[in-house]
Design a binder for this molecule. Structure first.
Ligand SMILES: C[S@@+](CC[C@H](N)C(=O)[O-])C[C@H]1O[C@@H](n2cnc3c(N)ncnc32)[C@H](O)[C@@H]1O
Length: 424
């Protein structure tokens, strides 16, 4: 059995990178982030070894010494092409210096950094050069590659810069591509890339809801989603009055004898059903078409408003970086922190669970926090499967090193014994 190497992890977020390493047999002994909800998610799913707090305020002495690898997907907002104000002055850009600090103070065998593709073009390549030089100045050999998650079996065309360094004189290993497009003439050994349909097809017609539910013998968590995007991607064809609908639904709810709570329970919502029966301060809402039909089954109301509520018309969709209809028969576009993809059925965004699946989080990995913060944790993460592949090749190098080292130590001990016998 190979040794269980230990890890300290900076900027861990909800733990995508960490989980990949854990799945490959590593042990994370210390982690840190200052995003409260991400820390809650990490604790609930991975472990209590994560410390909530700003890394710039945590002295090195408070961090354990005995780890082999330092991980750090350092924050990228300042580097990202999504951010038009990319600038070397953005103070978040300097958070990689926290990685430098810990490498200097703790001397791990390996370190792994991760960042967005935009890092490579920032200041015409000067930024990445500066970062690599800073790591090298600490006595590490360092290399970086741009990896595409879909090349490794992740159903997503996410591209990220991965930086690996070590101080043992070893190769900095990067995983070999395993997946490719079906018509890739140059690499016949590759497995076909995984499409969005393959991984989330089973959820495409399933109503989103707050509570977990059973589907094909599995518990589905966090199948919740934003259902409108500034009324731009789908909208009702007819103008309707929310107060009228509310009075109408209240009448039928009273007739059915069902409480709002019971209706919420039926839908698996926490409070949504309440809004269908409220018109105070205009805080009510009109059910979306699929909820309307479900509610009709439940309350048995007549057809008066069916057409008005359920007839939709496709309204103009404004394509922005943060507003894209996702692919279906190919890997997904990048799941981002701020603008998760719109589901191909165009009635909602991809749900939190669908985004998590596309980021290769396991089904029982449950996210904490508000809807927006869940999307953010997932969009920030390194796909678990990609992290696993990186972890595997590093583990191989470390094992080789340990074996050679053990043999050398064995030989030194043997020589010492022979010498001792000669002198006896
Ligand atoms: C790109 S995300 C890392 C995601 C993570 N590697 C994963 O795979 O899930 C960067 C993280 O850095 C955290 N962060 C930014 N500045 C920080 C600071 N000063 N101290 C601690 N965490 C910080 C953010 O809250 C965010 O979760």
């Amino acid at each position: 059995m190979s040794k269980k190497y230990k890890i300290a992890s900076l900027f861990s977020g909800c733990g995508g990178l960490d989980l990949g390493f854990i799945n490959s047999g590593f042990e994370v002994i210390w982690a840190n982030d200052f995003f409260k909800e991400a820390v809650d998610t990490y604790k609930n799913n991975i472990g209590n070894h994560i410390i909530y707090g700003d890394i710039t305020k945590i002295p090195s002495e408070e961090i354990p010494d005995d780890f082999d690898i330092l991980l750090g997907g350092f924050p990228c907002q300042g580097f990202s092409v999504a951010n038009v104000k990319r600038s070397m002055e953005d103070e978040r850009n300097f958070l990689y210096k926290e990685l430098l600090r810990l490498i200097k103070d703790k001397r791990p065998k390996f370190f792994v950094g991760e960042n967005v593709k935009g890092l490579l073009s920032m200041q015409k390549g000067k930024v990445i050069e500066m970062i690599i030089d800073d790591f090298k100045a600490l006595g590490y050999s360092v290399e970086y590659r741009l990896l595409k998650a879909s090349d490794f079996g992740v159903p997503q065309n996410r591209e990220r810069v991965v930086i690996i360094g070590n101080r043992l004189g070893l190769e900095n290993p990067f995983p070999k591509r395993t997946h490719g497009m079906e018509n890739d003439l140059f690499s016949s050994n590759l497995i076909p890339q995984i499409s969005v349909r393959e991984v989330v097809g089973h959820l495409s017609t399933i109503r989103t809801r707050d509570k977990s539910f059973q589907l094909n013998g599995k518990t589905i968590y966090n199948h919740i989603a934003r259902t409108n995007v500034a009324d731009k991607f789908w909208g009702r064809k007819h103008k309707i009055n929310q107060h009228e609908i509310c009075d109408y639904l209240k009448y039928w709810r009273n007739k059915s004898g069902l409480s709002t709570k019971k209706i919420d329970e039926h839908f698996g919502y926490a409070h949504t059903a309440g809004h269908w029966f409220r018109k105070d301060n205009n805080s009510g809402s009109i059910p979306n078409p699929s909820d309307w039909w479900e509610l009709k089954k439940l309350l048995n109301f007549d057809d008066t408003y069916d057409k008005a509520v359920t007839e939709l018309e496709l309204k103009e969709i404004k394509f922005e970086q943060s507003l894209r209809i996702n692919n279906w028969d190919s890997p997904s576009d990048t799941i981002t922190a701020t603008g998760p993809e719109i589901h191909p059925n165009k009635e909602r965004r991809m749900s939190v669970r669908e985004c998590a699946i596309i980021q290769t989080f396991p089904d029982d990995f449950v996210f904490c926090g508000s809807l927006g913060n869940m999307y953010k944790q997932i969009g920030n993460a390194v796909p678990v499967l990609l992290a696993e592949k990186i972890a595997e090749v590093i583990k191989k190098e470390l094992n080789k090193y340990e074996q050679t080292n053990n043999k050398t130590i064995g030989r030194i001990k043997e020589n010492r014994n022979i010498r001792a016998e000669v002198f006896e």
